[in-house]
Design a protein around this ligand. Sequence first.
Ligand code: M6R
Length: 615
Amino acid sequence: MCGIIGTTGAPDTCALLVAGLELLEYRGYDSAGVAICDRATGGLWRARAAEHAGSIGRLRTLLADAPRDPGASIGHTRWATHGRPTEENAHPHLDCTGRIALVHNGIIGNYRPLAAGLDARGHKRSSQTDTEVLVHLVEEEVASGADLAQAVRRCLAVVRGDFAIAVVRAEEPDVIVAARRTSPLIVGITASAGIVASDVAAALATTRELYALGEDEVATVRPGGLEVVDLTGRPVEPRRIEVSWSVQRAMKGGYPDFMSKEIHEQPQAVRDTLLGRLDGSGCTELDELEIGERELAGIERVQFLACGSSFHAALAARQAVEHWARVGADAEVASEFRYREPVLAHRTLAVAVSQSGETVDTLHAMREARRAGARVVAVTNVVDSVMAREADGVLYTRAGPEIGVASTKSHIAQLALLQALALHLGRVRGSLPAGELERASAAMSTLHLAVADAVGRGEEYCRVAERFAHVEDFYFLGRRAGLPVALEGALKLKELAYVRAEAYPAGEMKHGPISLIEPGVVVVVVATRTALWEKVMANVEEMRARGATVVAVADDGDEETAELVDAVLAVPHVEEVCSPVVNVVPLQFLAYTLARARGNDVDRPRNLAKVVTVE
Ligand code: M6R
C-alpha cells in the first residue's frame, strides 16, 4: 500500500527521489521520507514529513539540507496500517545505531513477537509500526558480521507476512538491498546507476533496463551492477520487464487532474483492449489465456473474484458469461471468498479481476481458488504484476497507467475485456445462437465509438450534476446490466465526493429501503431501453411518489423516459450486455463534478490508496 523508491549512482539523487515519490503517491500519501548515505561524513541523513497530501512538498523543502555528496538513497510514501500517520511512524526507519535505514510496503504478520524479542534484547524502537522490527533485525545480523545483503536475507527468514523492502547502510554507501514477498518491487540498472521502485513508472526516469523481483528474492543494487539471490543465497537470474509505455503517458497531459485525463482516455482504452481480440466477423482471439479451447469448452463454472470497481466489472461479466456462454457464473468479493472455505464445482475457471494485479485480497482469493482446484486467469492492467505472474493465464486490459485513485479507464477496459472473454467462451462452447457471434463481435468492435460519444457529452453531464452538487443523500438503482453500473456510480460518489450513496437493485427497494425515500433524496436510475425498462420505470414511479428527485441514465432521444423523471443523463444506445461500458460514463462525471464542487482532491481522495496491498 506504500510506495518505495531507491537510487544509487545517479547524478541528481534528490530530484530523482522526489520525482519517484510523486509518481508513487497514488499508493498512499499519509507521509513521505528519505534516507541518504552521506559520503562526506560517512553517516546517514534522514528527512520525513507527515502532512497528508502535502508531505512530498514539505520533504522537498527539507531536502535543501540534504548531503552534497549523496550515496545510495531510499524514499517512501506511506499509507498507514500500523501506527497513526505521524512523522515518527513515517519511513525510513532507522536501527539503534542510526546507520541502517529501511523502507517497507506490506505488513509483517509476526511483528509483535519479533518486537517483544527485540525489546528484551535492549533495542530502542521509536515508532508504532510493524516495519521497524525489520531494521533492528538487520542491525543484529550486521552486528554479528554479516554484510547488508546477508543480513537482510537472514532477517527475512524469520519474518511472516508481505513485504517489499529497500535498505541502505552508511558503511556500504553504494549499495541498496531490496527484497520482496507478495508486494511488488522493480529493480533496474544503467552503466553507472541503479534504481529500486514499487512500479515501472517511477523507475523509468532512470532506465528501461528493468527487472521484476520474484517471491523471496533479494537484490543487491549498485551503480551499474545487480545481483539477485534467493533467501538461501543461491543466485537467481533476474526477469527482464518489457516496458511498452513511456513515463509521459503517466503524466496529466494538459488536463486539470489525472481523473479527467483518464476519463477522456476511455475510448482509447476500450479500443486498445479489444484490438486483435475481436473482429467484426465473429473471430475471437484470446491466446494469452494459455488455456486451450478444448479445456475452455469443458468449463462447468466461472468464478469471478475481485474488489471495488473491479468487482462491479466482474458482476457485469457474470451476466455476460451466462448470457453468451450459458455456463453458470458467480462474482464474489475477494476478501469474503478467501475465508469462506469455498467449495468449487468441478472444472471451475476462476477469473481474478484487478487493475493493479496486486490487491492482496484478490491475490489471496486467487490462490485459494487454485488450492480448491480451479484453473486461474488474471485480468489485470499491470504487466508482470504479481497476479499476472501467478495465474495460469493472463488477459491484460490495455488502459495504460491509471494514476487517479478512482478507477475509470481501467474499469471500463475490464468491462470490455470481460465481455470479450464471455463471447469467446460462448464461441468455444458453441452456445451462441446462429449469427449472434458475428452480430455481437461487430457491435463490440465499435464499442469505443459509443464510449467516445458518451465522454464527448461530459460537459452536459457536469451541468446536470451541478444541480445536485449539495445533495447529501443519493440512491443508485438498476436492474440486470444496470445494477453493476448503479453500484459503480454509488462507489464513485462515495469515494470522491464523500457523500452517502447507496446502490440497490431497483426491484428490491420496496423490501425495506424505500422507507428512507423522502423529499430531498436523489435517486439515480439506470433506465436505458432493455426488456426490463417498464419494470424499472415502475420502480421509478414508486420513488417519485415518495418525493424523491429522479435522475435517469437514459438512451439519447428517449422522450418517454425524459418525461417521467426530473433530469436525464443521455447516453448512446448499445445493447444491454455491453451497456455498462457506456452507461457508467455519466456517473463518473457526476461524481467528479460533486467532488470538485466540494473542493475535494479527485486524484487523491481521503483515506484511500490506489493499490490496496493490505487485508
Ligand atoms: O487494483 P484493483 O482493481 O484490484 O483494486 C480494487 C479496488 O481497490 C479498486 O477498484 C477501488 O475500489 C477503486 N478505488 C475504485 O475506484
